[in-house]
Design a protein around this ligand. Sequence first.
Ligand SMILES: [Zn+2]
Ligand SMILES: [Zn+2]
Length: 150
Amino acid sequence: MTEADVELLRERSLRVTQGRLAVLELLEQLPHADAEHVHAALVERGHDTSVQSVHNVLADLTSAGIVRRFEPERSAARYERRIDDNHHHAVCSSCGRVEDVDCVVGEAPCLHAQAPAGFTIQAANVTFVGLCGDCVAADATTAAATTATA
Ligand SMILES: [Zn+2]
Ligand SMILES: [Zn+2]
């Protein structure tokens, strides 16, 4: 797996560094992590790195097209390795959990927008906002508890 990542970095003319490989491996395990989260997880795994260098690595990987970045509303930018399939995201407005949503209509670009003159649409980025299963369950529990004490 790391071999493949080394190849990938070389293919995109990025210098192969331990930092880049570590971030790539981590995003494989933790899709949709933000920079702080990536940093904390790397430190937990024994890597000696700073939040700033994680930001730098993520920026390099994003501009090289290896990592996809998206920004849920009111949340830090998240990063993931699932690229090129134009999938969308469902964001929980309560806990911030992010789940992938497969393309709604079909092949990319799945949203046939009426493009403004001179504008070429390359990708659609849709974010669905709602409550995740855990938060709905927690809500129900709270409601039940309130009813019980009332
Ligand atoms: Zn939630
Ligand atoms: Zn995703």
